[in-house]
Design a protein around this ligand. Structure first.
Ligand code: 15L
Length: 272
C-alpha cells in the first residue's frame, strides 16, 4: 500500500480527504494544529512547513505528497508569504531532496478568479488571480511546473472550487466539489502513470460550471455529483444586491475584500 503525506491535514479539505482515503492508503497526516477528527491507522506528525527541517522530516519515505498546508483564504501578506510561498517552496524542495517524485498541489479557483462568470475557461488559460491568496496559488503552480521540467517530478495541480458536503450558496453552485469526487480526482493524481505536469479543475460535474474540465476527463475523471440538485433551495434563500464586482467575477468576494473568513462551514443540519 502506498504511503501518502497530507499536509494541512487538520483543515476542512484535509479532513474530508482523510475520511475518504482511509484504508486505501497509508496516510501520514501533518499539520501545525491538532487533528479535529482522527481516522484509524493514520499517523500524525506535527510540523511547521515554513521551516525546511520540518518539511524534510515529514516528506521522508513517502510515495506521494498532497500539499494542502497553508493559508486557505485571502488575508494579510505576512501569513500568506510564510505559509504559501515559503512553505510551498519548502515542501517541493524537501520532496525533491527526499526523492519523492509525485506531488499533488491543490491550487484554487482563485488563481483564475478574475475571469468573468459568463466565461468558460479550461486548463490552458493564463492565470488571473483575484487576491494575494490567488497569487500564492499561481506561485505554487509555477513552482510545480519548474520542478516537473527541471527535476523530472510529477506534479498534479487541482484548481479546487469549494469542498463541502453540499454547495453553500449561488456562487458555489458553479464550483462545488463533493468529497467523493475530490477523492476520485486525488486518486487519479496519485495513480495515473503518465503525469508530468497537469492542471485540472477540482470541481464536481456541476451544470453551472465555469470550467471546461477536459484535461481532468482525459485523465479518466468521472465526477458523480452535480450541485444543481441543491439549486432550487439555494437560490430561494440567496439575498440580492451584493457588490457588483463580486457578482461579475468567478472569484466572488475575493475580488473585492482584503480579508475573507473561511466561507466553508458545514451546512446547518449536516453532520460529518
Ligand atoms: C478557496 O480556495 C478556499 O481555500 C476555500 O476556503 C473557499 O474559500 C473556496 O476557495 C471558495 O472559493 O469557495
Amino acid at each position: 500500500m502506498k504511503t501518502i503525506l497530507i499536509t494541512g491535514a487538520a483543515g476542512d479539505v484535509g479532513t474530508h480527504l482523510r475520511r475518504e482515503l482511509a484504508g486505501k492508503y497509508q496516510i501520514r497526516a501533518s499539520d501545525l494544529r491538532d487533528l479535529r477528527e482522527k481516522f484509524k491507522g493514520q499517523q500524525f506528525l506535527r510540523a511547521d512547513i515554513s521551516r525546511m527541517s520540518d518539511a524534510l522530516r515529514i516528506t521522508r519515505g513517502v510515495d506521494a505528497v498532497i500539499h494542502l498546508g497553508g493559508y486557505s483564504v485571502e488575508g494579510p501578506w505576512e501569513g500568506i508569504l510564510s505559509a504559501n510561498i515559503v512553505g510551498c517552496y519548502n515542501v517541493f524542495e524537501a520532496a525533491r531532496r527526499n526523492g519523492v517524485k509525485r506531488i499533488l498541489f491543490p491550487t484554487s479557483n482563485h488563481a483564475t478568479g478574475y475571469y468573468r462568470c459568463d466565461q468558460t475557461i479550461d486548463h490552458r488559460v493564463y492565470p488571473k488571480p483575484d487576491s494575494r491568496y490567488g497569487v500564492s496559488k499561481v506561485f505554487g503552480e509555477a513552482l510545480g511546473s519548474l520542478y516537473a521540467d527541471k527535476y523530472g517530478m510529477e506534479v498534479f495541480c487541482m484548481r479546487i472550487g469549494n469542498v463541502n458536503l453540499a454547495p453553500i450558496d449561488k456562487r458555489r453552485l458553479s464550483i462545488w466539489f463533493s468529497p467523493r469526487d475530490l477523492a476520485q480526482l486525488v486518486t487519479i493524481g496519485i495513480e495515473h502513470p503518465e503525469i508530468r505536469f497537469e492542471i485540472v479543475y477540482g470541481v464536481s460535474k456541476n451544470r453551472r460550471s465555469w470550467y471546461d474540465n477536459v484535461n481532468a476527463y482525459r485523465l479518466g475523471y468521472k465526477p458523480q455529483d452535480d450541485a444543481e440538485v441543491y439549486a432550487k433551495e439555494i437560490l430561494a434563500r440567496e439575498k440580492p444586491g451584493g457588490d457588483p464586482r463580486a457578482e461579475m467575477y468567478q472569484g466572488g468576494i475575493f475580488c473585492v475584500a482584503e480579508e475573507v473568513p473561511n466561507p466553508a462551514p458545514l451546512p446547518k443540519g449536516k453532520k460529518k
